[in-house]
Write a protein that binds this ligand. Structure first.
Ligand SMILES: Nc1ncnc2c1ncn2[C@@H]1O[C@H](COP(=O)(O)OP(=O)(O)OP(=O)(O)O)[C@@H](O)[C@H]1O
Length: 384
């Protein structure tokens, strides 16, 4: 059945012209392995990196035609960048070796008195991505829940002004209650205190006004919210590496940053920009998480490396930043997130929750090195 569907999908893709607008993408050999299972299809299309943005309609067209095949319900199509001839063979020289993360964190913390800390909050960690849609918010939520499952006191601040996802992921809505003075009471979802730009800015606020509001709203969410005592505050950053993100990274007293990327070259190029952005503002990069790393077949549980899995790990090695783990592409991650019950709480004993808890443990270990001058008592971590 899946073989005949695969053939039907391949046949349909012959309708889609490649970037040269002459031959089709199948004849040009641009389509990866096509994975079909249970009405779902996933594959990638290779395009020149510099034309990726302009070729987004090609991706959409491919997705559209395969969804029209009888028996296909959902399609996951990704663009993959083609390396310049020779570029893959001669990568730029790696940067000089850097000390391990925990050691890197020290100088940054020591020489950054300009950013006052937030009373009660021991560590603020940014979760960032170079581009949108790589699963940054899903990762932030599951990372926070993984930390909480490990016994860490955690809060989540959703700084994504353009598409706040935390209200959906934590199933919370409404306005934060005003306490004494100017303080606001954070909302609570799944036992975790959360604040979101979505609670602060009216949904109808035109995008153009949102930019200037970001910094004041962010400062307010950090300093005028009754967070109480937290070991870690996770900040879900807006995607991208532009001025707004840079200013945010500068304004918030960050203990470190976690970068989320998918394995495709395009997302990796953007992730590299993210790494550089944090380097610029002297914030240690705690590591890289590869999301949608491989496709986990919901029926047979088999693993399919359709998107060239492993790219983020290789890139992290090359850039000498820790690799924190890989999360597969599965419908369960998507469905649970969309239902406001992220997988770490809806399936706490499942394999994916274990992946998130392991990542959480690595992140916590990286920010809590106990050998330096800023050593602090770590809360008890509960291992199952
Ligand atoms: N590992 C995964 N498997 C399947 N679906 C996933 C996975 N990670 C994220 N998704 C889905 O991908 C979509 C985008 O995820 P998410 O909103 O977390 O990305 P984002 O990078 O925060 O996007 P944006 O920056 O545009 O808000 C969501 O529908 C989410 O459920």
């Amino acid at each position: 059945m899946s073989e005949s569907l695969k053939a039907a999908v391949t046949e349909r893709l012959k309708q889609i012209k490649g970037p040269d607008l002459e031959s089709d993408i199948i004849t040009l050999g641009l389509v990866s392995d096509i994975f079909v299972s249970d009405g779902r299809v996933a594959f990638s299309i290779t395009v020149p990196a510099e034309r990726a943005q302009e070729l987004e309609p090609l991706r959409q067209a491919a997705e559209k035609v395969v969804k029209e095949v009888d028996g296909i319900e959902t399609a996951m199509v990704a663009l993959t960048a083609e390396r310049q001839a020779g570029a893959g063979k001669t990568p730029p020289p790696p940067p000089p070796p850097r000390p391990p993360v925990s050691a890197q964190a020290r100088p940054a913390q020591e020489k950054a008195p300009a950013k006052p800390g937030v009373p009660g909050i021991k560590n603020i960690v940014a979760v960032a991505s170079g581009k949108g849609g790589v699963g940054k918010s899903t990762t932030s939520a599951n990372l926070a829940l993984g930390l909480a499952a490990n016994g860490v006191k955690v809060g989540v601040l959703d700084a994504d002004i353009y598409g706040p996802s935390v209200p959906r992921l934590f199933n919370v809505s409404g306005r934060p209650e005003a306490l004494e003075g100017r303080m606001l009471k954070p909302l609570e979802g799944h036992g975790i205190k959360v604040m979101s730009m979505g609670f602060m800015v009216e949904e109808e606020t035109p995008m153009i006004w949102r930019g200037p509001m970001v910094i004041s709203a962010l400062t307010q969410m950090l300093r005028e919210v009754a967070w109480g005592e937290l070991d870690v505050l996770i900040v879900d950053m807006p995607p991208g590496t532009g001025d707004a993100q840079l200013t945010m990274a500068q304004q918030v007293p960050l203990a470190g940053a976690v970068i989320v990327s998918t394995p495709q070259d395009l997302a990796l190029i953007d992730a590299r920009k993210g790494l550089n952005m944090f380097k610029k503002v002297d914030v240690p990069v705690l590591g890289v998480i590869e999301n949608m790393s491989y496709f986990l077949c919901p029926d047979c549980g088999s693993r399919q490396d359709i998107f060239g899995h492993g790219g983020a790990r290789a890139e992290a090695d090359r850039l000498k930043v820790p690799f924190l783990g890989e999360v597969p592409l599965t419908m369960k991650v998507r469905e649970t997130s969309d239902a406001g019950m992220p997988i770490v709480i809806s399936d706490p004993d499942g394999p994916i929750s274990k992946i998130y808890r392991d990542i959480a443990e690595k992140v916590y270990a990286a920010i809590n090195d106990d050998t330096g001058p800023t050593a602090r008592a770590a809360p008890q971590i509960v291992f199952e």
